[in-house]
Design a protein around this ligand. Structure first.
Ligand code: DHB
Ligand code: FE
Length: 279
């Protein structure tokens, strides 16, 4: 059966897309964030997962307020990294793992999760920035993906506990997928940030570190937080951390934290990176 080897939590930031596409990762205030990704890139290169299940939120590129699925799964042969205003990204489509997508969809519906099924889906920075952080498109991507979009844009949004349970259901699907391929989780978003309103620019480094501590050692404690609790502590957009919790739900009860990076620059988002592997 397929093997779940570990998971990565990482922030996603649209302003980093041009730095990636123009080969300028070691320029500007986010250079320490890119540099800090090196150990995770090395882990990916050494462990060679075949497939990444990417838990992210779309920010209005593929879904908007007119029709907003709570959970949506891609089941496409490939995914274009969409144009969010800087022009088309110079990246080939990221290959999809269609058989695994359909197997997860079947298993989730059996488990009463009922995701929206997307046979076409464009990826916004929520998925494309973290994927490009860990893999290179040339000569090919060296990874296949199953994208899973979780709504944190249009309220009401799913509870932390529901997201964690979704991760557990995804794990059951991976455990019953025939073959011997290696699968990893990638959860994107957060950490603390607020983009608008009175608290625009808000960060909470104490919450961010404590979130990563609990994610590794006591994820059940995080499932007791309400969305309001998280937004108070981490800012309105900080609620994206439920993607990390979904990722964690798909890992073993006990994990080893192999790496953590935290970088909070002058701009908006406190950027975290955490690598957890099954013990
Ligand atoms: C920023 C961060 C996000 O998660 C996002 O979706 C948009 C913007 C930011 O830091 O600018
Ligand atoms: Fe975001």
């Amino acid at each position: 059966m397929a093997q779940m080897i570990g998971g990565v939590g990482v922030s996603h930031i649209p302003a980093l897309v041009p730095y990636q596409d123009q080969g300028r990762e070691n320029e500007g205030e986010y250079a320490p964030f890119f540099e800090g990704a090196r150990p995770v890139r090395d882990w990916v290169r050494e462990n060679r997962p075949d497939t990444a299940i990417v838990i992210y939120n779309d920010h209005g590129l593929s879904f908007f307020l007119d029709a907003m699925p709570t959970f949506a799964l891609g089941a496409a042969p490939g995914y274009v990294c969409g144009d969010e205003g800087w022009g088309a990204r110079p990246l080939p489509p990221v290959p999809g793992h269609q058989d695994l997508s359909w197997h997860i969809i079947d298993t989730l519906i059996e488990d009463e999760f009922d995701p929206t099924i997307c046979q076409e889906l464009e990826l916004d920075h929520g998925a494309s920035m973290p994927i490009r952080l860990l893999w290179k498109p040339e000569p090919d991507w060296e990874i296949k993906i199953v994208p899973v979009a979780v709504n944190v844009i249009q309220h009401p949004i799913p509870k932390a506990k529901r997201c964690y349970d979704l991760g557990k259901a995804i794990r059951r699907a991976v455990d019953s997928f025939p073959g011997d391929e290696k699968v990893m989780m990638l959860g994107t978003g957060g950490l603390s940030h607020q983009l608008s309103g009175e608290r625009a620019g808000f960060n909470n480094p104490a919450f961010d570190q404590s979130f990563m501590d609990r994610l590794a050692n006591d994820p059940e404690a995080l499932t007791r937080l309400t969305s309001g609790d998280i937004m108070r502590e981490a800012g309105a957009e900080g609620v994206e951390v439920v993607m990390w919790l979904t990722m964690r739900g798909a890992l073993d009860e006990n994990v080893n934290e192999l790496y953590r990076n935290y970088y909070s620059p002058v701009s908006v988002t406190a950027s975290g990176l955490q690598l957890l592997v099954n013990a």
